[in-house]
Design a protein around this ligand. Structure first.
Ligand code: NAD
Length: 265
């Protein structure tokens, strides 16, 4: 069977772990050259080495404008172009403590990584793509950006902002032949969803993760947590010409957890 991404070059931010890692692996398996961009140097370099000549690792903090430009330049220089920019890196603010305890530093960090990062990635990639036949931009939001809740309020606000940015970028960039689509994962088994951040002790993190599982799985139509590959498969579809008539889409991959009214499940 023909490879879906033969001859294409992609950048995957947050590519060293979780959804980004699964996507980097899938894109390479489908014939793409992939730059794995992440702040985890060891894991990123090990993954690139395991994927062979088709993958390179580049340290890039997506909240830093110069580092985002550098990774775009790196992909073009090393692989000869850029067809797919997957703005996937993201961080969660803690599920706890309460929003009232969040500091300005917490707020600033989440917004810079989750909102500014994809905006810079989109802008810098699109500046090149517009003069080179167009391209594809993908952003990873979250159902936390569509569902309100008392926990993770800064994270929710960041992902809601990203959804609106994606739709607006689709409008702005269509004239340049650039499609922009937004992936909205539900609960996916990764580091990020283990709730171990912000100094929470392991026992508390485990209890919260179990509680979240119980709530999600009772409302979710498909009764299991997602795996990173479930999201990567959607990214692959959106990266290829099979989705050529789609832009500005906001696509859930969440086991149906947002479909119904939880009271009537
Ligand atoms: P993960 O923690 O396994 O992977 C995230 C990767 O992003 C890590 O490798 C991390 O080092 C990298 N990263 C963090 N900050 C960065 C920065 N400033 N610059 C570059 N890289 C950075 O988590 P994941 O679940 O795979 O998360 C991927 C995306 O999916 C995130 O945007 C997240 O918000 C979103 N998401 C995850 C879930 C879930 O349940 N896991 C649900 C909805 C949305």
């Amino acid at each position: 069977m023909a490879e879906e991404l033969a001859g294409k070059v992609a950048i995957v931010t947050g590519g060293a772990s979780g959804i980004g890692r699964a996507t980097a692996e899938l894109f390479v398996a489908e014939g793409a050259k992939v730059v794995i961009a992440d702040v985890q140097d060891e894991a990123g370099a090990a993954l690139a080495a395991a994927l062979g000549d088709a993958a390179l690792f580049r340290h890039a903090d997506v909240s830093d404008p110069e580092q985002v430009q550098a990774v775009v330049d790196f992909a073009i220089e090393r692989f000869g172009g850029l067809n797919v920019m997957f703005n996937n890196a993201g961080i969660s603010c803690a599920a706890f403590p309460d929003f009232l305890d969040d500091t300005l530093a917490d707020f600033d960090r989440v917004m810079r990584v989750n909102v500014l990062g994809p905006m810079l990635g989109t802008r810098n990639a699109a500046r090149w793509m517009k003069d080179h036949g167009g391209g594809v931009i993908l952003n990873t939001a979250s159902i936390a950006g569509t569902l309100a809740g008392h926990a993770m309020m800064t994270y929710r606000a960041s992902k809601a902002a990203l959804i609106q940015f994606s739709k607006s970028a689709a409008i702005d960039l269509a004239r340049h032949g650039i499609r922009v689509n937004c992936i909205v994962p539900g609960h996916v088994r990764t580091e990020l969803s283990s709730f171990g951040e912000k100094g929470a002790d392991d026992a508390l993190a485990a209890r919260i993760a179990q509680g979240v599982d119980a709530v999600y799985l009772s409302n979710q139509l498909i009764k299991r947590r997602g795996d990173p590959i479930d999201v990567a498969n959607l990214a692959l579809f959106l990266a290829t010409d099979k989705s050529r008539h789609m832009t500005g889409a906001v696509l859930p991959v969440e086991g149906g957890v947002t479909v119904g009214d939880p009271v009537n499940h």
